[in-house]
Design a protein around this ligand. Structure first.
Ligand SMILES: [Zn+2]
Length: 115
């Protein structure tokens, strides 16, 4: 899902707009959710940063993980394509996150003994 960051020239807030597809983005006229102004300036902050940072064009690790866990090959491919990262390292990263999540879930879960 494409996400675009804008700064509203009318109220000065930073807004993130979500689109289901790139086609939707092309068709849409972005408007500020705070003041309704369409005087939005696109902020290009994440694009073209191929420095090996974990900034997957605005994706959080949670989003990334949910894509990987979702098992939708198209989305996963898209994620890799957009991130420009090596697929293996991305998966490895997600596994680390997942492990952390799993162990957190296990420790917070009351032990149910079925003996
Ligand atoms: Zn505004």
């Amino acid at each position: 899902m494409p996400v675009y960051d804008y700064r509203c020239n009318s109220c000065g807030r930073e807004v993130s707009l979500f689109y289901k597809t790139y086609k939707d983005y092309d068709a849409a006229t972005p408007a500020c959710p705070h003041c309704g102004s369409s005087d939005l300036e696109r902020m290009i902050t994440n694009v073209a940063l191929q420095t090996g940072s974990r900034n997957y064009t605005g994706m959080t690790s949670g989003d990334m993980l949910s894509v990987l866990e979702g098992g939708n090959h198209h989305e996963v491919n898209e994620l890799f394509r957009q991130s420009g990262q090596d697929a293996a390292s991305t998966v490895q990263q997600a596994e680390v996150i997942k492990d952390a999540k799993d162990s957190a879930a296990n420790s917070s879960k009351p032990a149910t003994s079925s003996e």
